[in-house]
Design a protein around this ligand. Sequence first.
Ligand code: ADP
Length: 696
Amino acid sequence: MEQVGDFSEQKLLLQAVFERSFEAIVIIDRALRFVEVNPSACELFGSTKEQLIGQSLADFFTSPLNLEGQDITRVKIRHSQDIIKTVEYSEVKNLFSEYNLLVFRDVTNLQRAAEAELHRQHQRVKLFSDVTLKIRQSLQLKEILHTAVTEVQRILQADRVLIYQVFANGTGMPISEAVLPDYDPILGVEFPEEVFPEEYREMYAGGRVQAIANVHDADTGLAECLVEFMDEWMVKAKLIVPILQNLKSPTDEHQSPDRLWGLLIAHQCATPRQWTNFELELMEQLADQIGIALSQGELLENLEDLVEERTTKLREVNRNLQQEIKDRLDAEAALRRSEEQLRLIANGLPVLIAYVDKHQRYRFNNEVYQTWLGLSPSKIHNCHLEKVHGEEEYQQIREYVGKALSGKTVTYETDIVLLDGCMHSLSVTYIPHFNERKKNVVRGFFALTSDISDRKAIERMKDEFISVVSHELRTPLTSIHSSLKILATGKLGNLSSKGQRMLKIADEQTERLVRLVNNVLDLQSIQSGKAKMNKTACNATDLMIEAAQTMQTMAQERGVKLFAESVNFLVWADRDYIVQTLTNLLSNAIKFSPPDSTVWLSAKRKRQRRTTVSKKSIPYITFEVKDQGQGIPTNQLESIFERFQQVDSSDSRKKGGTGLGLAICRQIIEEHDGKIWAESCVGKGSTFYFTLPAVI
Ligand code: ADP
């Protein structure tokens, strides 16, 4: 610092500072007694200089005096009139050797102001948190808004507080209001667009707050129409704070922009009003809270909608589930009923019904197993066929089981002694059960066994009857035939030409009757197993030539050419029966051929599968008798092998047939383990085939 004046002048200067300083300056001795004080110090301590000099400074302090503390220390001192003052003091150390200089500043007012501010702030925070709490506690939008306007009106002592909602089309309307009884409510009145134009909306959307102390002040910049509108509602001053809604949902990652939801408006109607910062702040903070509450309310509403929607869906699912359960229970009951019915039927039918799985174990048996065979269905359930029926019987049925499990329906007959001790003839059918999805996979088979003893007995009686009748007919027929032959020789007298014609008819019909009786007896003896097949290795050509020679005369009579192929095969057969078969087929071929046509007789060697189980093939010879005759309709190619079946029922009379020829042929061929069948084209001719095992 530049030196001012000489020493005496400096002394004067210091003296002036000492006297005029607003700070209280005191000089104390080592015993803390006042040595010198300035006027400000007298004022601070409330005593005259004279009173202070010699007094201890410590007496004025409310707490022990500590001069070794910080540079500036704030303490409380007691004024002489018992007024407590807050002072800050600093000590100027080592200025004098005997004394200390202390400078005091009275900060009582400052302290009070700070405390008052703190208190006010505390009050505001409390007020704000009280209102916020009230708003937050309201869950319904209407309640939130009502709480907000009521609280703002109460705190601000405004004449009217309203919440104006801005609609998407730019218009809007007060939807909540707290108004003193002296003024008209504005609730539900739609504001015309001109009093709330687009630029206002943009301004508020940007968060601008408008505090207008007097709507009639020219510098407010309010549009004339708005001022008129304000007058209509007697508004003198207004405070407008935007309510912005943040649409961010808790799951959104990015902050979305705020939307102007509405305005929180306070009106003063009685007089103009200067809005304080605190009021502005309060309104702003409340508007924020409303915004947050709105978002939360919306979320809650969405959540409620969602819950409602989910509940409806769940109810629907539940209803469907209940229905499904009911349907299932109904279906199960129906299934049980139908199962019960099936069981009743299965047990009531006079047949053995079983299901055998692919491992040849019984999986189902009806109760007839118990009554016929003495086998309890529950005991044989899951048991292997061999275990149930014993090894011997199993060996007999094994082939049929194999066929059924390879996917073929198989039927066989067997004689067995049942529980009643009698021998019964049974017909057994195995029907394969295929996998529903993999159609060629067999899962097992159904076994149906019916008692055919009665049918067999009737058949036997019928056969016996036919046999007896035929035998009884044969003897008189032979003598009638011989007598007719003798008559025809004319040795017993000449007959008139009419008589000779009658004799010829009688002779032909007798011959037919003889054939019929012979055929019946033949069929009977083969079927009953009485006819023994003496099988030897026979040359196929020899068999064909012998048959052709037999039929040569008949062919010539009818003008039919007969060709027999020469082959070099040996077949395993009963010579006479096979010649009979070939003769029969040739006879038919000639019979049904027109004159000048040809009948061929031939044989071919082929291989055929022996059984589906062994899959081994054996060689066999196929004989063919082919004609160019009238042919056979396709639907009768099978039935003509049955007894007395003819394509045309008049054939027997016209062609002299018996309807038994093909039935006998089939019986003979089946006795040779062969097959017989026909192919034909109506009007073009027929071919009859039969197979015999070849001799290798
Ligand atoms: P039938 O003694 O009547 O010939 P079959 O059993 O030998 O008795 O023949 C049965 C029927 O089959 C015949 O009546 C005939 O209708 C028909 N049939 C057999 N062979 C032939 C053939 N080669 N051409 C046309 N029809 C035939």
